[in-house]
Ligand binder design. Sequence first.
Ligand code: NAG
Ligand code: NAG
Length: 599
Amino acid sequence: MAEIVIAIGAKIVEYSVAPIGRQFGFVIFYKSNTEKLRDAVDKLEDKRAGGCFCCLNGWCPHLKSRFLLSRKANKLRHEMLDLLQEQNFGRISYPAPPSSFSSSTGVFIDFESRVLAIKGIMAALRDDRVYMIGICGIGGVGKTITVKEVARRMKEENLFDEVVMAVVTQQPSRKKIRNEIANQLGLKLEEETSVARAARLHGRIKDIKTVLVILDDVWETLDLVEVGIPFGIKGCKIVLTSQNQDVCSQMPTEHYFTIDIFLEQEAWILFRLMASNSIDDPNLLKVAEEVAKECGGLPIALVTIGRALNNKSKYFWDDALLQLKQSMSGNIPGVQANVYQSLELSYKYLESAEAKLLFQVCCLFPEDFDVPIEDLVRYGMGLQLFEGIDMLGEARKRVHALVEILTGCFLLSDSHKTDSVKMHDVVRDVGRSIASRDNHAFIRHNVRLEWPKIDTYELYTSISMTSDAITELPEGLHCPKLECLLLACKNDSLKIPNNLFDGMRALRVLDFQAMRVLVLPSSLASLKNLRTLSLRNCQLGDISVIGELEKLKFLSLYGSSINILPKEMGKLAKLRLLDLTKCTDLETISPGAISRLSD
Ligand SMILES: *[C@@H]1O[C@H](CO)[C@@H](O)[C@H](O)[C@H]1NC(C)=O
Ligand SMILES: *[C@@H]1O[C@H](CO)[C@@H](O)[C@H](O)[C@H]1NC(C)=O
């Protein structure tokens, strides 16, 4: 066990803080300058592991050093905080001044996952056959920091005579990029035309024997010729970073690397450092661990939230945890500006309106739930998200294509489950804030008391709610705009009023999950626009009222307890899909119940 402590301690080189607008993060810092800090951190790790927290996440105390260090550690911690304080992030700014890689301040966290990525990138850059590589990853994962560290090491090893870097951003200005690079090469571009300026820069770069050009934060393919960056010539290598994998594959990169979110242990180390004052308080340890978990290994979230909570009272921590659990972390200081903004850009930058809408649908699912692609197909069809698509087979292809777009820019990720996708917790929070703001989605999961009483549900277009505690659904809720209602109110005593759907005439998608609905409310018959009805894992009785849903196309009774499929099903002239998977109690299919389906 003790070995684990040592191994982890040894990986930490140094730390720091620092959201700088969108360029969040921890910045690179030189080992030579940081021996002291490293020392302090290592010893502090010892102290923490041995002092306040016994056997934390499987890291057990350094028994010997436990008390020896306890007094010294306090002093060291203050030294470290002073050092951290000295790292003034205001000093890191773009464009990087010439040779800035050797003088930037701040801290680089030498975690194993990053070390591996950096090694891989450096190996690729040493390869003579490689001219361009891409580095991609979700917003806030540390791409810029990683690439800066690569640049620094490359310079240190004298692999390149010059290393230049330009920030491209979503609205790339060729002039700005050109000037940034030219400045770093000590070149003044005074030519009249942009073609001439590009040619001059091109010529200058070509003259350098070995040069590394870093293009940070690229959002779409960039015409290097127009900027004046030579491509494919010996000695000139290009690295670009992007939040979109497609950009890396559309530009002529020989390799691309994905920077992953932190592993749990790495995340905890970083979080502890950011919130160090508080985490020294044993009363806060448990809530701190939970908060750290909610950050889902995303460095920007760990840094921002850790710093926001440092030295705060338990009330503050508990409240923050609640907000994180309710996907309302945008209320925690700094989170909106630092964490949400960069992720929201990925969303804003989606060209496909359908991809945007599908992403919002994904945000309706509860957190601990992978999103089945087939659900997206059925909801999407019900909501008519896909233009020009009427056939289920086509819709499936479209959804897979859209999912690929969303995965490519890290808004979704692959799930272990087949035919499902996942969403990073922080991405979901951002998505929910977008869905609530732009599309009036009302999303509440794990509601602990009763149906949330708010002034009005009139504006909402989607409601998604899960609860074990709600025992009563509201009478005749007035929701004239509601198109999508997803409920998992699992309490066995649940009462559903007959007029539940009276005020929801626009409803297109209705999904009840694991609910006891022995009598379907009669007002269901009034849902003349309903396209998708999903009653999954429900306890059902008589479902013949479903026959009134003239436009129903997709009906799933997956895993529900029904004995009889009534003849009224035969009235569903538009039905395209009837899912009776795992309906093990089904005994009788009434004559005519599914004959229309074969059309
Ligand atoms: C922590 O909070 C206490 C009281 O709330 C304050 O006196 C102290 O200066 C704070 N420490 C830091 C490092 O902010
Ligand atoms: C169902 O609701 C009742 C009454 O509110 C509550 O006592 C019970 O704990 C709930 N059941 C579950 C499983 O939460």
